[in-house]
Design a protein around this ligand. Structure first.
Ligand code: ADP
Ligand code: MG
Ligand code: MG
Length: 199
């Protein structure tokens, strides 16, 4: 069973990983964006960890809802409302149970990813975070490790795609040949599940 501590660890491990990879995320956002993805997420996840320390929410749903709200209110870029929606809607789907199963997390994350697609209008293949998140959720039924690999493969697979959503889509064919920054950060978010689980 996964309790509030696990979900807090998921968020703090993600924050540490975003800190470590911020420069790389911003570099990926240079040729096909506005070179701010790393700093956007760093600002957002710094606020998430501060809020979790201050408020200490005691259910999985409340941890993710608080994290989502922080991302929405602190990240200016497109990724803030999108990641914020992902976490808020996943949290809402988990309800107020003190502990949840891996299966419940998988179902809730699917609801969250669907909400991101509804908000941003992106489908798989549009060269966005969705290209990492959808395969990750599909693989999550198997294990956190399988989800991590699926997200990483999904992120790498955005390179040959032409962007159809977000800032990179303004470049048309010139967006081809670059890995999507948001799909890359989504892979970090999913990889953090493995570490939070101590696997
Ligand atoms: P901005 O483009 O506003 O500067 P960021 O650089 O923080 O925002 O985030 C860019 C990332 O957000 C992209 O790499 C992409 O993965 C994701 N993204 C942008 N628009 C959408 C969308 N409509 N649906 C899903 N993801 C999107
Ligand atoms: Mg950007
Ligand atoms: Mg920006």
């Amino acid at each position: 069973m996964l309790n509030a501590d696990f979900f807090r660890r998921w968020m703090t491990v993600t924050a540490a990983s975003v800190d470590r990879e911020a420069e790389r995320l911003t570099e990926l956002d240079s040729p096909i964006g506005d070179a701010d993805h790393g700093s956007n997420l760093q600002r957002g996840f710094t606020a998430v960890t501060a809020a979790l320390e201050k408020d200490a929410p005691d259910t999985p749903g409340a941890v993710l809802a608080l994290a989502g709200r922080q991302l929405i209110s602190t990240v200016g870029g497109a990724s803030g409302p999108l990641y914020g929606t992902l976490l808020r809607r996943t949290g809402k789907a988990l309800g107020d149970a003190p502990e949840v199963t891996g299966e419940q997390l998988t179902d809730a994350l699917r609801t969250g990813v669907d909400a991101v697609m509804a908000l941003g209008g992106a489908a798989p293949g549009d060269k966005t975070m969705i290209d990492a998140l959808v395969p990750a959720v599909d693989a999550l039924a198997e294990s956190f490790a399988a989800a991590k690999s699926a997200a990483e493969e999904g992120a790498v697979a955005t390179t040959p795609l032409q962007a159809r959503k977000g800032r990179a889509s303004y470049l048309g064919e010139r967006s081809i040949g670059h890995q999507d920054p948001g799909a890359t950060s989504s892979a970090l978010l999913i990889a953090a599940l493995v570490e939070a689980a101590g696997e």
